[in-house]
Structures are given as C-alpha cells and as structure tokens.
Design a protein around this ligand. Structure first.
Ligand code: ADP
Ligand code: MG
Length: 527
C-alpha cells in the first residue's frame, strides 16, 4: 500500500498520510536518545447522572442547568455513589485485564480553583477501583511496519470531573459553568511503556474501540468525553528514566501522536546541547504544532490528600461466588457482560479469511465498515473476502475521505448497491475505473440498481472478443508509425497502443483481453 489510512478521532475523518513526510520522522533505535511515554486517560463514564448526585450529564445542556446542590458544594449536602458508574468502571477494568480491589477508598484532593466549588476533588488515591492491567494493541507505522505492542496499566480510579471556567477577555471577567462538575470519570493510568507518538496514538485508538464495544464511554474527544495527558521523557537505553514533562489538553488521536513526537524531539535537542528538561506541564497547540509551557507554572503542589469522610469504603465481591449481600457488585456477574473485543474480532477475521493484518486493522477500526464487510460478504457466496475488503478500503474509504458522505451514513440501500458493484467487477462487467464513477453516483444518492445505472451511463465493460479484435485491428491500422517502432524493438510504445484501444472503446474495453489480443496481433504483424 502506498498510503496509509489513519482514523482520526475528531470528526471521524480518514487522512491519507504522505508516507515520505512521516518516514522522515526517525523511529529507528540508532539515535542515542530514546523516547519514553506514559499516558493518563480520563474517560467519561456513560451514565445519565453524575458520580455522586442525580444531576444530568447531558452534553450541550444550557450553562449551569445541570447542577445539583451537592455539585455546587452547598454545605450540608452529601455524596451518594452512583452504582452504575461503579459497575461500568469494573466492566472496563475487567476488559483491560485489571484486578479489582475488593475494597477501594475515596479521597479528597485539594486545590483552589474557581471551577471547583468544594475546594477539593473526590478521587481515589490510596486504593483505586482496580490495578495491574494490560492493554495489547496493534501498531501500524507509516513505514508499513506492523507489530503488536502492550502497555501495562498501573491503576483505574473513579473520580469527579471539575467545572469549566470561561474567560471573557473583552468584558474582562471570568464565568463558571458547573455542568461538568461531578461528571463521572474513570482515570486509566498507564505505565511508561511506550516509545513514540505513533504507539501512543495506536494505544488510544484501541482503548477507544474497547470502550465503545463495552459502551462504558462514548469516547467523543471533541466533547471532552475522552482526554489524554501524555507524560514524556527521553533517556539512553540502559540508563534510568529521564525527567518528564506532562502534556495536557490533547484533543484528538492525531494530536496525541504529533504532540508526543514534537516533545521527544524538543527534549532530545535540549539534552544533546547540554541543557536539562524541566519537570513541567505543557500545552499542545495543534495550530502551531508545538508544546508550550503552561502559563500558570505550578510549584510542586501539595494536594493535602485525606480520606473522604462522607463515603464509606467501596466493597466489591471479587470471589467466584455470588453473595446475597444486598447492593454489592459481583465481579462474576460483570465478567459475563464483556462482549467480543476488537482483538478477538481481528483474530477471527485473520484466521477465517486470511486477510493481511493491516487490512483487518482498518476494517475493525470502524464499526460500520466492519458491518459493511460482513454483510456484503455474507450475502453472496461468490464474493471473496479479499475483493470485498479491498473495494471497501481502496474505493469506498477514498470517496468517504473526499467528504461525499460519512461512513455512518452508508445505509442498507448503499450497502446493497456496493455489493452489486463488487459483483459487476467480479463478473468483469465493469472496469475498476468506471466502478469508481458508479460508486460515486451511488454515494451521492442515486438509487438505481448498480447494473442499470452502469448500462445507462454506458460504462458496461466490453468483453466480446470479436469486438475487441476489431478495435485492436483499427488501432494497429491507424498507427503505422507506432507499430513500426514496436516492430523495431521499441517496446515502450506498446503502452501507448493499449491506451489508444482504451480510448476508442470509450474507456470500456476489458484491458486484460485487449492486452492478449493486441499482443497476438502485433506478433502476427511481425511475420
Ligand atoms: P505521579 O505519582 O507523580 O503522578 P506516577 O508514577 O503516577 O507519577 O505516573 C504518572 C504518569 O507518568 C504515568 O502515566 C506514568 O506512566 C508516567 N511516567 C512516570 N515516569 C515517567 C517517565 N520518566 N517518562 C515518561 N512517563 C512517565
Ligand atoms: Mg499519578
């Protein structure tokens, strides 16, 4: 494959990445300094109400319209733990191979900020919900290198989100929106097991796929439902890890890769010229493509962690037996809810259809694409997995990338038409070039059956051997100069002669046949 299709979280677009640009990024181990990356992901738990109050978590609600008294930290209000959030946290942790702590604790983490009315965030510091997991994911580098990687998970904790401050520069004032205050989050803390931006982006992509399958987070990065902080350092292999910086506010999967790679290069340059890396928080500015130190340079903060006195320890039954203790969550019940995860789907596709791992990865990256593949393939036994996959990836995704239609808008009707086009190609009724035009019309909303549409547009492939012979003879007759050149050994002109036949056939000739007939004809002419 000449180009790589990368699925970018934000706006769900497909980008054709120029390989040569990315190849120039140095992912080799020859350089002395090596990047080290550990991610912290905040995923909003898919719950209609907040972690400790009944206020709604609906995105797009009017400012300060879903704020309970507790969220506003009115004295005397008490937190009530949302059971569903715990269940979803446990489900996510199990799917990520974590062990669940039979008892976990809530703590207060203090800091002063306008969007945090209580002056502290309730989180889990001493004993989180889960620990010691691992996430395996495929990495497909722009250099076409493909490998599997894994990152250990240190812990998963439940915590509240904070509100949002809006700074109105013109009116010289700051406003606070507390709708997000108390929204349930699970923070997934990864060990520093990654080496560069592409690995980090691949990890986030896999995590998004898993959370979507579990339906525990909608993963809309553009709405802030999934946020990635990247800790980045560089060191020389075999020596202790270097001082790290933490990049906040990365708003897309592509941003994760770009921010980290920028930061690794920045640190390498600093260290190579004898300077040091400062342990600081930096912002990713996607516009200029740089990480910048955050203006509010914090001193090393003392959060004054203390046990949350209003929430008892959280007990979860981790044994293999259900208990009849009321209101306790049983891990074995939740284990049963784990659906097929993306890696399992990929393995199935690979072993069943013998497709390339890169192809399988692209199919599984998009739910609707995978559906289209399965439905189209299973509808007609004559369709081969390779042809269906190639057509969807090379043709359908290419047009979708041109913004004609979104993948999710490819409905059942389009699914049928695409299957028909694949059959037309299979039966040699249409050339690949014209099949693209046909597909474009279908995506633009033409509802005619593909075969009818093809005939109406005059795109039916000419496969009649007699007709093709006539065309070839005509071209040979009308191009004596080129034929003479060919005979004299200048075989380069052959392509031009093929092109002539294609042209006079109105781009409809079956070129495999033309090739055969024309060669025979020129051979004959020779003697
Ligand atoms: P802290 O207690 O200071 O928050 P943690 O050990 O919890 O530090 O790590 C926070 C995050 O930073 C984790 O995701 C971890 O993988 C990452 N991290 C720790 N040390 C490094 C390092 N030297 N380089 C890159 N990432 C690191
Ligand atoms: Mg930490």
């Amino acid at each position: 494959m000449r180009e790589l299709i990368v699925n970018v979280g934000k706006n769900k677009q497909y980008f054709f990445v120029n390989q040569s640009i990315l190849k120039s990024r140095n992912y080799s181990t020859q350089t002395q300094w090596k990047g080290v990356v550990g991610l912290e992901v905040h995923a909003q738990i898919n719950s209609a109400s907040k972690l400790f109050s009944g206020a709604s978590t609906y995105f797009g609600e009017r400012v300060n319209n879903s704020v309970s008294l507790f969220d506003a930290a009115i004295p005397g209000t008490l937190p009530v733990l949302n059971k569903k959030c715990v269940e979803y946290g446990v489900l996510t942790a199990l799917a990520l191979n974590c062990s669940i702590n039979p008892v976990s604790l809530f703590d207060r983490k203090h800091y002063f900020y306008a969007d945090l009315p209580a002056g502290y965030q309730i989180t889990q510091q001493r004993k989180p919900l889960a620990k010691d997991g691992v996430l395996e994911f495929p990495v497909y580098l722009p250099s076409n290198k493909f490998y599997k990687k894994s990152s250990r998970i240190k812990q998963i904790q439940l915590e509240q989100d904070s509100g949002k401050s809006i700074h109105d520069e013109e009116a010289q004032r700051s406003l606070v929106d507390l709708n997000r205050a108390g929204v349930p989050l699970m923070e997934i803390v990864f060990e520093p097991d990654l080496e560069h931006g592409e690995e980090a982006a691949s990890l986030v992509k896999e995590l998004v796929l898993i959370l979507r399958r579990l339906e525990t987070c909608n993963c809309k990065m553009e709405e802030g439902s999934l946020r990635v902080d990247a800790n980045v350092s560089v060191h020389k292999p075999g020596t202790p890890l270097g001082v790290r910086s933490e990049i906040k506010n990365i708003g897309s999967i592509r941003g994760v890769a770009n921010a980290i790679d920028f930061e690794i290069e920045r640190q390498k340059k600093l260290l190579s010229s004898g300077m040091t890396v400062v342990n600081e928080t930096r912002n990713w500015d996607a516009g200029i493509g740089e990480t910048l130190p955050m203006r509010d340079k914090e001193e090393k903060q003392d959060y004054r962690f203390m046990p949350e006195p209003n929430l008892p320890p959280l007990h979860i039954n981790v044994s293999n037996k259900e208990t009849n203790r009321k209101n306790i969550i049983n891990v074995i019940d939740i284990k049963r809810l784990i659906p097929e995860l993306p890696e399992e789907t990929r393995n199935k596709l690979t072993s069943k259809y013998n497709l390339l791992p890169q192809i399988v990865m692209i199919l599984v990256d998009e739910e609707r694409l995978l559906q289209l593949f399965n439905n189209i393939l299973n509808k007609n036994p004559e369709r081969t997995p390779k042809r269906v996959a190639n057509f969807l990836i090379n043709e359908l995704l290419t047009l979708i990338n041109k913004d004609i239609i979104a993948l999710e808008q490819c409905d059942d009707e389009i699914e049928i038409r695409v299957g028909e086009i694949i059959d037309l190609i299979n039966n040699q009724d249409i050339s690949l070039i014209n099949s693209r035009l046909l597909l474009e019309e279908v995506l633009k909303g033409n509802k005619l059956p593909s075969k009818e549409l093809m005939e109406e547009r005059g795109w039916k492939q000419m496969s009649d051997i007699q007709e093709i012979k006539m065309l070839c003879e005509g071209v040979v007759k009308n191009n004596p100069k080129m034929v003479a050149q060919y005979k004299a050994g200048k075989h380069k002109v052959y392509k031009a002669l093929l092109g002539q036949v294609f042209k006079v056939s109105n781009k409809n000739a079956n070129m495999a046949l033309v090739d055969k007939v024309l060669k025979e004809l020129l051979q004959k002419e020779k003697f």
